[in-house]
Design a protein around this ligand. Structure first.
Ligand code: OOG
Ligand code: MG
Length: 269
């Protein structure tokens, strides 16, 4: 590991320690200060190595990788977080919330919910050179869904390398009952309404996500390809929050109503 850390070590920080600390925060349900406050050597490349190591640790615990997520693909999300670059991260089976299942607040730190357009891949997809049109041909189904993000950093304060190492705040996600053939709708025009306890708090269309969610999928295939990874047939891809995220409070429900992709509700319990 020392060789892999060349040029990145400051004080007693190593990639392994980054992973240890983020893993412990997630398991112990506590938040912490940004790692870059103490470890300026945590650059984007080092952070992605930490992210890969973190998911390897989850796999060693018995979890399986079920797909990937994109983060910060919409301006609403980028402005809220003060970071203007998208990122990718890993999904595991432990993150899937079955339809109607309450969000287990006792297992989370400060969960927020955001609407997402969700793809299911019908075939492997790997960059470089993947265009949005090419990416869409690998999608077997599109669903309306939500993601629960739960940064391991206090007040969701982080830099891009911090949030990359933290697996893009990934915590839970779920989807609605409607799965469509992507050829049957224009996802840039797909609208969503976000409601908290029945009150509409935000609206947007799929165009908010990189102009079209297929652009986000192409971005994932290309950036993962550059790091030696490929997207696999059967994997889920969360294309990124379409609107800003809202806090999920005990007893409160967040619903997302899509124009063609049905609706989905999650309740904090
Ligand atoms: C980072 C994760 C962002 C999205 O869809 O943009 C994300 C965060 O906001 O904590 O999942
Ligand atoms: Mg998200």
């Amino acid at each position: 590991a020392a060789g892999a850390m060349e040029g990145a070590e400051v004080g007693d920080w190593t990639i392994e320690r980054v992973v240890d600390e983020l893993y412990a925060a997630e398991a112990g349900r506590y938040d912490r200060t940004p790692i870059t406050d103490e470890f300026p050597g945590l650059d984007i490349e080092t952070a992605y190595r930490a992210q890969d190591l973190l998911v390897e640790r989850k796999v060693a615990d018995g979890q399986t990788i079920t797909g990937v997520k994109l983060g910060l693909t919409s301006r609403a999300k980028q402005q809220r977080m003060g970071i203007d670059a998208p990122l990718t991260a890993w999904l595991t089976d432990a993150m899937t919330l079955p339809a109607g299942a309450p969000a287990p607040l006792a297992e989370l730190i400060h969960p927020r919910v955001e609407p997402e357009i969700v793809f299911v891949l019908g075939e492997d997809l790997a960059g470089p050179g993947i265009t949005a049109a090419r990416a869409m041909r690998s999608v077997s189904a599109v669903l309306g869904g939500y993601e629960i993000i739960d940064s391991r950093y206090r007040d969701f304060r982080f830099t891009l390398p911090d949030v990359i190492a933290d697996n893009a705040s990934a915590a839970r996600w779920g989807s609605g009952p409607v799965a469509l053939d992507p050829a049957d709708l224009d996802l840039s025009l797909e609208a969503c309404l976000v409601e908290v306890d029945g009150e509409i708090v935000d609206t947007a269309t799929g165009a908010a996500v990189q102009g079209h969610p297929a652009e986000a999928l192409a971005l994932a295939a290309n950036s993962l390809g550059a790091r030696g990874h490929r997207l696999r047939a059967g994997w889920i891809v969360l294309t990124g929050g379409i609107t800003d995220a809202v806090f999920l409070r005990p007893g409160s429900s967040v619903s997302v109503q899509f124009s063609n992709l049905g609706s989905v509700t999650v309740t904090g319990a």
